[in-house]
Write a protein that binds this ligand. Structure first.
Ligand code: NAX
Length: 327
């Protein structure tokens, strides 16, 4: 049998945590033959720690054969000790009257501290996924705060946007989701993201040709995917949780176990490709193989796509400029 892998999850007592931990423990993320040890971080606050204990009681009650251990933490320096994977879900939500600037700086504090802790105590090849919003910028901050770890090990979650796009296309064409290949989302996890089906195919046929409707793309598809988070809040009274947890599972599963040549979307630090300045945490199409992702290079960008990419890039640069002085 394999040695257990250590997985840290922050915000573990939150709603995404509740939809995520049971699936990690059942082997859906790292494989049905891979034991895991969960190292769970919550704010030191008594109520949060008590809620976390309750979630751990339920995890115990599942008697998961792959769950080789778990621990509760209030400090990232113990939570991140020797970890192979980190899912950084906990973040500061925007409170009433809070300006965007305040939100950015509150999260900058959290993610500089967590980046430093990863730098100090995590395994040198730890793979990090940031889910907590603003996800791309939080991932950028954590990466910048962990200078001894490889930059490529820091990623942001665009997979929910990716999965939302896949489902909209499948519904539009009346085809199974699994038949869609080469779909991707560019940029920031925010309504400015650019969901792009120009390269997508179904059974070898071009999705763009099958849909053949630029108005649908611009006026229905892009706004539906971009504003889906708000639509869920409006309907459910709570933000996306199970679908967000599912996307986090997909992201880490594919990163560790590979995609067999299929494209998926990950937010990764830019290497300068596609005119995205180096280090900007940007959603791009990738393929994954044995623990490494590889950016899909050399795709043609037409004028409309360039405008969309410029818009989401401008937003990200503004966010990342807004926290530079804190790093
Ligand atoms: P909840 O408020 O239910 O849970 C968040 C938990 O994080 C709370 O229990 C809180 O105590 C904890 N927490 C806060 N600061 C922490 C810190 N410094 N260390 C450890 N734990 C901390 O939120 P939930 O619905 O679970 O959402 C979590 C985050 O995911 C939010 O920032 C949310 O905006 C973000 N999302 C990101 C998505 C994405 O696609 N990237 C989609 C879904 C979601 O909106």
């Amino acid at each position: 049998t394999k040695a257990p892998m250590r997985v840290a999850v922050t915000g573990a007592a939150g709603q995404i945590g509740y939809a995520l931990l049971f699936r990690i423990a059942s082997g859906e993320m790292l494989g049905k033959d891979q034991p895991v040890i969960l190292q769970l971080l919550e704010i030191p606050d008594e109520k949060a720690q008590k809620a976390l204990k309750g979630v751990m009681m339920e995890l115990e009650d599942c008697a998961f054969p792959l769950l080789a251990g778990m621990s509760a933490h209030g400090d990232p320096n113990t939570a991140f000790k020797d970890i192979d994977a980190a899912l950084l879900v906990g973040a500061r939500p925007r409170g009433p009257g809070m300006e965007r600037r305040d939100l950015l700086s509150a999260n900058a504090q959290i993610f500089t501290a967590q980046g430093k802790a990863l730098n100090a105590v995590a395994k040198r090849d730890v793979r990090v996924l940031v889910v907590g919003n603003p996800a791309n910028t939080n991932a950028y901050i954590a990466m910048k705060s962990a200078p001894d770890l490889p930059k490529k090990n820091f990623t942001a979650m665009l997979r929910l946007d990716h999965n939302r796009g896949l489902s909209q296309i499948a519904a539009k064409l009346g085809k199974p989701v699994a038949s869609i290949e080469k779909f991707c989302v560019w940029g920031n996890h925010s309504p400015t993201m650019y969901a792009d089906y120009r390269f997508a195919t179904i059974e070898g046929k071009s999705v763009k040709d099958l849909i053949n409707d630029d108005d649908w793309n611009r006026n229905i598809f892009l706004p539906t995917v971009g504003k889906r988070g708000a639509a869920i809040i409006e309907a459910r009274g709570l933000s996306s949780a199970a679908s967000a947890a599912n996307a986090a599972i997909d992201h880490m599963h594919d990163w560790f176990l590979g995609t067999n040549g299929r494209w998926v979307t990950m937010g990764i630090p830019s290497d300068g490709s596609y005119g995205i300045p180096e280090d900007i945490m940007f959603g791009v199409p990738v393929t994954c193989d044995a623990g490494a992702y590889k950016r899909v290079e050399g795709l043609p960008i037409d004028a409309f796509s360039q405008r969309c990419i410029d818009k989401t890039l401008a937003e990200l640069m503004e966010e990342q400029d807004g926290v530079k002085h804190l790093l």
